[in-house]
Structure formats: C-alpha cells, structure tokens
Design a protein around this ligand. Structure first.
Ligand code: GLY
Length: 367
C-alpha cells in the first residue's frame, strides 16, 4: 500500500493506492460517516465496483444509498447537476457529510462540483475507476461541468477529503481507455522528471499489458507528482500548476475539431498535443529534434497518436488556432502555451505568436 499526502494546510488529504482496496474501502470510509448513511454516486458502467464498495461498507456497518447516472460527458451538464443536487438534498445530505464519487473523470468532476455548492460546501471522497482519473482528475480539487460555450467552463476548486485508488479496477477498463490514461502518466515525466520518462520507455508496455507492479508504481509516482505541484500552486496562479496543461492547448484544438467525441479521447488528444508541443519547440530551436522524436516514438510504441494524422485530424492550422482562441486559459487575447527545452524541461510561454502556431500546424499536415 502507498499513501501520498496532498499537503494543503487544513484541507490536506491522503491518496491511498492499493491493489484490492475497493473490497476493504469501508474501513477507510467509516471514520467519515459520522454514524450516518453515506451516498455513493456512480455511473452505470461501474455497477460491479459499486456492489463491491457497498458490500465493504456493509461489512463495517456503514449503510449506503446509491445514485447511478448515465455514463459519458453528457452527464457534466446543468440538467444533471440540478437533478443530482435535488436527489442529494432529498436524501438529507448535511454539510458535514461526505458524498462518494465512484467512477471516471466525469463522475468525479460532477460530484465534486455538486459538493462544492450543496449547503455552501459539503465533503466528498473520490474513488476513481479509470487510469486517467486515478493519475490526474481525482487529485487536486478541480471540479466542474460543461457549458454551451465549452468544456469545464463552470466549476470550482473543491478538494476531496480522501482519494481511494484501487489499481485492480483497471482490469476491466477497455484497453483504449487505459492507453488514453497512460498519456497523462507519461506527461509527468515530460513536465519535469526525465528519469520517470525513461522509466515509462522501459516499462510502459508492461503497464499497458496490466502488470500490477508497473501499474501501482506508475500510479503512485504520478499521484505524488500531482500532489507536489498542487501543493505548490493549488489555484493555478503561480505558474506551477499550469505545467500540468502540457499538451492540452494543442490537444484541446484537436478534441474540439473531433467534436469532443469518442473519435478522439481526451488522453489521446493530450498525447498528440504533447507531440505537437515538442515538435513546435524543436521547430523553433527551443529543444532538440532528438527529444521530439523520442516522445513521438514512445506514443507510437504505446498505441497513442503522435500528431495530426494519427489523431485523425485533417483541419488546417487556421481552423485549429481558431479552436485555441476559445481555450479557457486565454487571457487578454493571448494563449499561454506549454513549451519545452527538452524532456523534463517544460515551461510556460505567454508570448507565442499564433501565426507561428498556424504555420507549424499547416506544415504538420500530411497529404
Ligand atoms: N488536470 C490538470 C489539473 O488538475 O490542474
């Protein structure tokens, strides 16, 4: 078992990572129950995990209610948020209660946001069931829903009280989803940890094949990296947390072009976006061409897109830059880019000329 503490003063919390943890999660949840019923919000894809979780709570005398929502991005809506808040209020949720979010990033973001506004803020616990949610979205307190104008535009910072990660739940996750989550694992190496990127090169295939030791090591290492960065810059105001957006500005444009659909999963867009960030940096003499090639090669070995064509994107630079203009990180008409001086040397550049980005993207298009 590994425990990583997210150090945020009075809002500090533990992330517990352990194979088989779901079956004994009740032990960890009982102290948060205050002798009351606890509510679990899950999506319909995780029914077997919901049964395991409820049994573990029953075993320690914690009664539970379950709310099951449709799976998928559509649940991150005002309508679902309203219905969820009403149901939680009907169940008598109090400010001191902790709602349990069991599922991937959609459930975590939605439940976290509901808990940030219910009774002006109640507690919640994250039990992420996708690799992407385990290594990124369940840790750090970003919560929210989508708006007509774009993804994640309505939200709040609201930290969970506890995160429980059982790597074994990934056994039943579709391989494509595991690969997409793996992009966020590798991202931590690309940001500021070249040794971890080298570990990924050597062990990524084992991890993707479900090797338990590789999986637990990568999750723990990723969570520790995220906890460190969030601890330094919880509200993304000091330039540190923004590093976690490596690959996201390019990736966001690709996702938007794909209509935020299953054509291109978020993690796949992040992989292609990281490759483009390295390619752009290399093209401008900021990092070596060898490092950009190394990143692309690792995505190819991992079955992830390494650029526009492998991401299935045919749009030109102008269309992709237009998507970037709607990025929520835009400020004063400028878009901050995460660029790099090499593997493990990501930095924030607020002065990138969009005409350079457009020309670079046009040059990436293959006939
Ligand atoms: N997923 C990026 C962050 O939590 O800041």
């Amino acid at each position: 078992m590994n425990i990583v503490e997210v150090k945020l003063g009075s809002r500090s919390y533990d992330v517990v990572i352990d194979a088989g943890l779901l079956a004994c999660a009740g032990d960890r949840l009982a102290p948060l129950s205050r002798g009351r019923r606890m509510t679990i919000v899950a999506d319909e894809n995780v029914a077997p995990h919901l049964a395991t979780l409820r049994a573990s709570m029953d075993a320690v005398g914690v009664a539970s209610d379950a709310i099951v929502l449709p799976a998928g991005e559509k649940s991150k809506s005002w309508a679902t948020l309203e219905a969820l808040c009403d149901r939680l209020l009907d169940l008598g949720i109090e400010r001191g209660d902790h709602v349990i979010a069991l599922g991937g990033g959609v459930i975590g973001d939605l439940v976290g946001f509901a808990c940030s506004i219910l009774k002006r803020g109640c507690g919640f616990v994250q039990i992420p069931t996708t690799l992407l949610a385990q290594v990124d979205s369940s840790v750090g307190g970003k919560t929210g829903i989508n708006a007509r104008a774009g993804k994640n535009l309505i939200g709040a910072f609201h930290q969970p009280a506890l995160v429980l990660i059982d790597p074994d739940v990934l056994d039943t996750l579709p391989p494509r989803q595991v690969r997409a989550g793996y992009a966020e694992v590798v991202k931590y190496g690309l940001i500021d940890d070249p040794d971890f990127f080298a570990w990924c090169e050597a062990n990524g295939a084992k991890l993707l094949a479900g090797d338990p030791a590789a999986r637990e090591y990568a999750i723990t290492h990723s969570v520790a990296a995220k906890a460190r960065i969030v601890g330094e810059d919880e509200y993304e105001t000091k330039g540190r947390r923004a590093l976690l957006n490596l690959g996201h500005t390019f990736g966001h444009a690709l996702e938007a072009e794909a209509g935020f659909s299953d054509r291109l999963l978020h993690g796949e867009a992040v992989a292609a976006g990281c490759a483009l960030a390295f390619g752009f940096s290399a093209a401008h003499g900021l990092c070596s061409a060898e490092d950009a090639v190394r990143v692309g090669a690792h995505w190819q070995e991992s079955g992830l897109p390494d650029g526009l064509s492998s991401a299935g994107i045919t749009a030109d630079g102008a269309a992709l830059v237009e998507h970037m203009r709607h990025d929520k990180k835009a400020s004063g008409g400028r878009i901050p880019f995460l660029l790099t001086h090499g593997i493990g040397q990501t930095y924030l550049d607020k002065n990138v000329d969009l005409s350079d980005v457009e020309a670079f993207l046009d040059a990436q298009r293959r006939p």
